[in-house]
Write a new protein. Structure first.
Lengths: 225, 55
């Protein structure tokens, strides 16, 4: 409990430092003005969501191969946390888009593939509520999770492969594309609290799933006895 | 600073989502912990093991 409170305190401090850097250290963008500062929240949330879905994908494969419940616990924890980060992406994106594009939303490749990703992981979590038997639930959701991850490379590649309304990548993009060095440093620093928060949330959610498994075991013992 | 309200709204909503999610998970964990303790106690001291049973 003390460790988790310490972890939460570290995450809050890092988030406050990242917000300070986003508002006071990063220079103002000459074309977009202040509104561009949302990228210090939007982009790290998107990257972190994809990392969480990758952890879910690895856990899903490990479950299919090993059938150890711990992999199922990690899979569902990472999926839920990834969904929280992707929700932030889908909300902060339109808040930025409205003053810059003049519209809240457009069905371009990046926005659509991200929305589909969100829907796929909502379906992953809903699927788990429909199957009672734990082993069957774990296997079905692991298989669905592996399928859902197919959308992640599409999200990543969408702004590289197709012409989109969404801005071009800030890193690993075409030559000449990218950010001012100070903006890039602030962006990378802003990713740190997001990764720390993701780790904290996955660990907390994993402990919940482990506890639920303990409870099921004790319940079965009580019913058998 | 133009659009500052929108930036603050984005940050507040994001932090709100993370905070609510963390609190929800913590509350679910606390409720499960309580259930688990109650069940363990009832297994240790079943209601029909009372010394007055059958009287």
């Amino acid at each position: 409990m003390a460790k988790s409170a310490l972890g939460a305190a570290v995450v809050v401090l890092l988030m406050a430092a990242a917000a300070y850097a986003a508002f006071f250290i990063a220079p103002t963008d000459t074309r977009q003005g202040e509104i561009y500062r949302i990228i210090f929240l939007h982009v790290p949330s998107a990257w972190t969501g994809l990392v969480a879905f990758f952890i879910c994908f690895v856990a899903n494969i490990a479950y299919v191969l090993r059938r150890a419940p711990q992999w199922d616990w990690l899979g569902v924890s990472a999926a839920e946390v990834g969904l929280a980060f992707t929700s932030v992406v889908l909300i902060s994106g339109p808040i930025w888009a409205h003053p810059v594009w003049g519209i809240w939303w457009t069905w371009d490749a990046r926005l659509t593939s991200t929305f589909v990703l969100w829907l796929l992981y909502v379906a992953y979590l809903m699927l788990r509520t429909l199957v009672e038997e734990p082993d069957r639930r774990a296997l079905l959701s692991a298989l669905f999770g592996i399928f859902a991850f197919i959308d992640v490379p599409l999200v990543f590649g969408s702004i590289r492969w197709w012409r989109t309304q969404h801005p071009q990548p800030v890193i690993m993009g075409e030559p000449g594309a990218g950010l001012d060095p100070t903006m890039l440093k602030v962006l990378l620093f802003s990713w740190l609290p997001m990764l720390a928060l993701m780790t904290l949330l996955i660990m907390t959610r994993y402990r919940l799933e482990a506890m639920r498994s303990d409870l099921d075991l004790v319940r079965r013992e009580a019913e058998a006895g | 600073m133009k659009n500052l309200n929108s930036i603050f709204a984005a940050y507040l909503i994001a932090w709100g989502i993370f905070f609510v999610y963390y609190v929800t998970v913590a509350r679910r964990a606390a409720a499960l912990r309580e259930d688990l303790e109650r069940l363990k106690n009832s297994l240790k001291n079943p209601p029909n093991s009372s010394p007055n049973r059958g009287q």
